[in-house]
Each structure stands twice: as C-alpha cells, then as structure tokens.
Design a protein. Structure first.
Length: 145
C-alpha cells in the first residue's frame, strides 16, 4: 500500500485481498491508515475522495467504504446528481462484517458498528450502532480503559 502512495502506520495488518477502486492514476494517495489498525479480507476502499482510518481501528471482513455515488452520464443523472465526500473513521472504532460506509460520513472514536450495517450518516463517539440504515442503539460513558 505504501508503494502505491497510501499512508500506513506502524503495526497495521492489511489482508492481501483488499480491493481499491477509483485510485487516481493508480495511486492511493487519498488513503490514510493509522497505526495498529486491522483491515480484514475483501475490504473495499473506493477512493474518489479521501478515506482516513485512524489508529487502533478494526475493519472486519467485507467492509466497503464508498466516497461517492454517481450514475454517470445517463438519463438518471438529472434525478440523482453526483455526490461525493470524504470518510473518516476515528480512533478505536470497530466496523462489523459486511458493513458499508457511504460518502461524507464520520464515525466517532470507539464507536462499534454491527455487522451488515449501512452507515449513511455520522456516528457519535462511544456508541453501539447497527442496522439498515445504521441507528444508535447504546451510548457508553467515555472511551474504554
């Protein structure tokens, strides 16, 4: 990943079968991964905009991070114009298997996202969230020990 221009912190584990889409000129310079991060198999990073994954974060298998939606040059473009925005996953967050995070979303520190969730809006720090769309189920008092 570093050879492709991504920032990757120390002690980070990235499964060998992750997927990258929309890398500008084959470079991953809009991907920023902190230290002591785990990125599971088959995760998708769609890099039309910046993706930041801070330290101590876990992305379980098959997590997809999508930074834009665009039907392209098709008739539906009138009804559904292009939307784009960065995704930030803050320190210590944990995203469950097959979670999808959409453009412009920020996931707070130590938030937990349940498996197969669709995250289409910001998630507060220290919260447990899941569902389609993702909803806050529980809030915790401050970060874990």
């Amino acid at each position: 990943m570093r050879m492709l221009g991504a920032e990757v912190g120390r002690d980070t584990t990235i499964a060998p079968d992750i997927r990258i889409q929309n890398a500008r000129r084959g470079r991953c310079s809009s991907l920023h991964i902190g230290g002591h991060v785990y990125i599971g198999p088959r995760c998708l990073f769609e890099l039309a905009s910046e993706i930041t994954v801070e330290d101590e974060t876990v992305l379980s298998a098959d997590v997809s991070i999508i930074t834009h939606s665009d039907v392209g040059n098709r008739p539906l473009k009138e009804r559904f114009p292009r939307k784009e925005g960065p995704v930030i996953i803050h320190r210590g967050a944990w995203l469950g298997v097959k979670t999808t995070v959409l453009h412009g979303v920020e996931i707070g520190e130590y938030a937990v996202i349940g498996a197969m969730s669709l995250v289409n809006k910001d998630v507060p720090a220290n919260s447990l969230c899941y569902g389609i769309p993702c909803k806050v189920i529980k809030r915790f008092d401050g970060p874990p020990n």
